[in-house]
Design a protein around this ligand. Sequence first.
Ligand code: SF4
Length: 342
Amino acid sequence: MLMFIPKRIILEKDVMKYDMAKKILGYYKSKPNIEIINLSSNKFSQHIPGDDFYEQYREGKRTLIVGTKKSLKFQSCKPSAHYQLPLVSGCMGQCEYCYLNTRLGDKPFIRVHVNIDDILNQAEKYSKERLANITIFEGSATSDPIPLEPYTNSLFRAIEFFGTLQNTRFRFVTKYNDVDSLINAKHNGHTEIRFSINTSSVIEKYEHFTASRDKRIEASIKMASAGYPIGFLIAPVFIYDNWKEEYHDLLYSLSEKLPKDLGFPVTFEIISHRYTTAAKNVINQIYPDSELPMNDEERKFKYGQFGYGKYVYSKEIIEEIKQFFTKELEELFENKEIKYII
Ligand code: SF4
């Protein structure tokens, strides 16, 4: 298991009245070498050391802030969901291409919101505003929530809550495997768990401090066997020597292990590697030795719908990726839905 063991825990004022805060502290108290900082104001940044972005990033990734979600106005989460569910933000992982590197910028710390009752009640209010439509909540818009789950039980609470609400759905994506505590949650088919997977070469090279390929597959089997709708995000897809053999091996291994009698089609989303200039600049600062292929001359520049451009693989390569994955998925999986290959 790859549970998050922080170097320091920063407790915001007044959080100790919440059960989740007591549980988190109770768990970590027995662990050696964890600094516990009680804030008297809500200014935490001076407690995270580091002279430059490189150090602040690494220290931030080892900092857990226990706080409450004060504003209960949820962010929208188009196009995959209606709202973000703000349980956790940040992630202990250090994936070189993580979207959080640009999104959270110099605030890479992990922050957990202990007032989960307020958050879930607010979600119910939002869903009531949209009756009789289904309202979808996304639990991983700014985090990977799984490494904290064993001592927050936030996902468990959210899964059972949405399980009882007729017109709601919940979804999240993970690169981790600490899912055992979710096996017996009464999800009622309302929570979709997606696993972000890749070849072992890609994971070992770029996805530091995350679960291995086989651990993620094993976790996905547990969730599928527990009746959850599940999906796989294969992203980013890289072109390298043996890429076809290795992606085939990944999909073959998955198809061999997945139970055949699933109640829901398994979804697939395939995204080829792309980057923006802003992301490249951040990556060069926090991973100066990165071997990520980000040579602009080898890529096609494509304007995105939000006004900034991305460097993508050439049209021919993307076509090859589409053909390859379409053929593999068609041959290996029966009960599936290919959402997109881009
Ligand atoms: Fe980012 Fe996901 Fe990697 Fe965490 S596991 S660092 S959220 S890409």
